[in-house]
Write a protein that binds this ligand. Structure first.
Ligand code: M6R
Length: 368
């Protein structure tokens, strides 16, 4: 049941430190990822991988978009990410050595399964194999893939995916590091990230302490009709995920853009009735992001910024700043997901929608 929580979604948001710890359990050595723990064929499959096609729908697709940044930066393996309903109908060109990596909470999403079958039929000889990252053991996706990595999120009841997403991200980070190990990446960074991963559940617990502060902000947010979410780099897909959460459960129209795209169109939307949510962790793009935020402020947009304490961003007229616990740039996408889930949740509660069972949606999309 929901226990002390008013909704399954809130319970599942708060389960994330434990869920992520479960996703890591048994998979980390002292200074590297235990590739054998992924299954007996994992070393061979990932070792032969020359490029990756990541395929998924919805929130799982956003996890794939984050993973592209990680896999290319950490392992130097080219990676493309695609929505399953597109991949399945396209004349995909898979060069020899392609790993098809599917992501799905349920393992029963019709389009994702069809994409897997489509790849098989089209150019089987060019794929080194198929890997599914999934939350449901024994699901169709798991049964039909060569290798599967279970996310161990536990049952997710809320239609809006929360812990399934952060455990997918955690699993994808493990895959990125495994690829790095097999493709000769320098070991120091691997060891540092393994240490940070061990600390991730604690960091997520600290981040959830923002619940009350975000609940208070949600009251002012609930009357808006539109919202823009901005992020750069691996935070761009987190902006997309934050916008999807808000749309899905609060029915407020939300869009997300890479912050660098503002000037190419969406800036025209900014005025005093357009709130802009931005993600500002400490990374190499922070100064560029700050100048994007300046552009929004100069046009009267109302900013809500989730920022690193060291970012130098402070509360000002037109800008609310919520400080997110400091974290390394590689794990920041996982950490910054939590405040956006909480924001969507509390805004939906203020608006009185059916949080766990939003209109028109099903938990698992098993038909096309
Ligand atoms: O079970 P899957 O991960 O394959 O589901 C994919 C999407 O249907 C799912 O993530 C959907 O977008 C969620 N409702 C988002 O919260």
């Amino acid at each position: 049941g929901k226990g002390e929580f008013e909704h399954y979604m809130l319970k599942e948001i708060h389960e994330q430190p434990v869920a992520v710890a479960n996703a890591l359990e048994g998979r980390l050595g002292s200074d590297q990822v235990l590739i054998e723990a992924f299954g007996p064929q994992a070393r061979q499959l990932l070792g032969r991988t020359r490029q990756i096609h990541l395929v998924a729908c919805g929130t799982s697709y956003h996890a794939g978009m984050v993973a592209r940044y990680w896999i290319e930066a950490l392992a130097g393996v080219p990676c493309q990410v695609e929505i399953a309903s597109e991949y399945r109908y396209r004349d995909v060109v898979a060069p020899p050595g392609t790993l098809l990596l599917t992501l799905s909470q349920s393992g029963e999403t019709a389009d994702t399964l069809a994409a897997l079958r489509h790849a098989r039929k089209r150019q089987e000889e060019n794929y080194v194999g198929t890997l599914a990252i999934c939350n449901v053991p024994g699901s169709s996706l798991v049964r039909e893939s060569d290798l599967s990595l279970m996310t161990h999120a536990g049952p997710e009841i809320g239609v809006a995916s929360t812990k399934a997403f952060t455990t997918q991200l955690t699993s994808l980070m493990l895959v990125a590091l495994a690829l790095r190990q097999l493709h000769g990446g320098d070991r120091d960074l691997t060891a540092r990230l393994v240490h940070r991963l061990r600390y991730l559940p604690t960091l997520l617990g600290d981040t959830l302490q923002l619940d009350g502060e975000i609940a208070a902000l949600a009251k002012g947010f609930a009357d808006y009709r539109h919202t823009l979410f901005l992020g750069r780099g691996a935070q761009m897909p987190i902006a997309l995920e934050g916008a999807l959460k808000l749309k899905e459960i609060s029915y407020i129209h939300a869009e997300a853009y890479p912050a660098g795209e503002l000037k190419h169109g969406p800036l025209a939307l900014i005025d005093g009735s357009m709130p802009v949510v931005a993600l500002a962790p400490m990374d190499e793009l922070i100064d560029k992001l700050k100048s994007n935020l300046q552009e929004v402020r100069a046009r009267g947009g109302q900013l809500l910024v989730f920022a690193d304490p060291e970012s130098g961003l402070e509360q000002e007229e037109g800008m609310t700043v919520v400080k997110v616990p400091g974290c390394c740039r590689f794990l920041a996408p996982i950490v910054y997901t939590l405040p956006l889930q909480l924001l969507a949740y509390h805004v939906a509660v203020v608006r009185g929608t059916d949080v766990d069972q939003p209109r028109n949606l099903a938990k698992s999309v098993t038909v096309e």
